[in-house]
Ligand binder design. Structure first.
Ligand code: PAF
Length: 280
C-alpha cells in the first residue's frame, strides 16, 4: 500500500494502473474511518482492481464555527484499517496544494444543494461538490463510492456527475449501523453517554416512519409525524428537520407517490446528526 501526498505522484500511479488495464475505484473520506468506511472499501474492492482512498478534512465544506478544528484526525489507525482491507493507495493531499493562494472556483449544484441540510449549512454542498470534483479529476476513477448515510451528498454528487458529463460511475453503499441502529458516523464520538443513549431514537424514528409507510400510508405529513413523535420524546434531541423527498431531485413530496427518502437532522448538545430511510 502506498501513502501519497502529492497530486503529481498520485496521477503518475493512476497512469501506471491504467496502462495495466486496471479498473480504478475512489473512496473519498475525511478519515476517522469506522465500519461504515470499511464497507465502502469492500465495495470498492469487489468492483475494481485498484482502490484509492483519499483522506482530507476539507475546509471548504465547514462553515465558520463548525467543527473543522475538532474533527477527529486518526491517520495512524486509518492507515492500519486501509492496510487490513487491501487499499492500494491512500491519498492524503496537502491543503495548500489543493487550495493554493488565489484558488477561486466553486461548484454550485443549484437548488438540490439548498434543500434539507443545505438550508442550515449554506455553502456546505458547494464545498463538498468542489472537493469531490477535484478528487475525481486528480484520480480519474472508473467508479467512486459514497455512503447512503449522507443521502443528500450522494444525490448531489450524482447530479454533478450527470450535469458535468464526468463519466464516472457513482456507487451508493448502505448505511452501517451500531447494535442499537445508530448510523455509524465519525461525529458519534462527540456524544457523551446520555446523548449516545438518546441517539438511538433516530433509528427508532426511521423505523416508526417506515412501518407506517409499509402499512400503506402515503401521506407525507402522517409519516413525518410518526418519526417526530419518537424524537420529541427525547429531551436532549432538538429536531432540525424531518422531510420526505423524491430520491433524485430531493424535492419535497406531499404524497409519497414516487421513490422517496425520509431524511432527518437533529441537534444534540454535543453533535448534529443526520440519518435517512428510503421509502419504496
Ligand atoms: O463524506 C465525506 O466524508 C466528505 O463529505 C467527502 C465526500 C469526503 C468530501 O469531503
Amino acid at each position: 500500500m502506498k501513502i501519497i501526498e502529492e497530486i503529481g505522484q498520485v496521477k503518475a500511479e493512476v497512469q501506471i494502473a491504467r496502462s495495466k488495464g486496471r479498473r480504478i475505484a475512489l473512496v473519498p473520506t475525511m478519515g476517522a474511518l469506522h465500519a461504515g468506511h470499511v464497507e465502502l472499501i469492500r465495495e470498492a474492492r469487489r468492483r475494481s482492481d485498484t482502490v484509492i482512498l483519499s483522506i482530507f478534512v476539507n475546509p471548504t465544506q465547514f462553515a465558520p464555527g463548525e467543527d473543522f478544528d475538532s474533527y477527529p484526525r486518526t491517520l495512524e489507525t486509518d492507515i492500519k484499517a486501509c492496510r487490513a482491507e487491501g487499499v492500494d493507495i491512500i491519498f492524503t493531499p496537502i491543503a495548500t496544494e489543493l487550495y493554493p493562494a488565489g484558488f477561486s472556483t466553486i461548484i454550485d449544484v443549484g437548488e438540490i444543494g439548498r434543500r434539507l441540510c443545505g438550508a442550515s449549512r449554506p455553502g456546505h454542498f458547494s464545498g463538498v461538490a468542489t472537493i469531490v470534483l477535484k478528487l475525481l479529476n486528480i484520480t480519474e476513477p472508473d467508479l467512486a463510492i459514497f455512503g447512503k448515510k449522507d443521502f443528500q451528498q450522494l444525490s448531489i454528487i450524482e447530479q454533478m456527475v450527470r450535469d458535468l458529463n464526468k463519466g464516472v460511475e457513482v456507487v451508493g453503499v448502505e448505511t452501517v449501523r451500531e447494535l442499537d441502529g445508530l448510523a455509524m458516523s465519525s461525529r458519534n464520538s462527540y456524544l457523551n453517554e446520555a446523548e449516545r443513549s438518546c441517539a438511538s431514537a433516530l433509528p427508532r424514528a426511521l423505523g416508526a416512519a417506515s412501518e407506517l409507510f409499509n402499512s400503506g400510508v402515503r401521506d407525507s405529513s402522517s409519516v413525518v409525524a410518526a418519526a417526530r413523535k419518537v424524537l420529541d420524546a427525547e429531551s436532549l434531541i432538538d429536531v432540525e428537520y424531518i422531510k420526505i423527498c423524491e430520491v433524485r431531485s430531493l424535492e419535497e413530496l406531499e404524497t409519497i407517490d414516487k421513490k422517496a427518502v425520509l431524511a432527518l437532522a437533529v441537534k444534540l448538545p454535543g453533535a448534529r446528526l443526520i440519518d435517512n430511510v428510503e421509502l419504496y
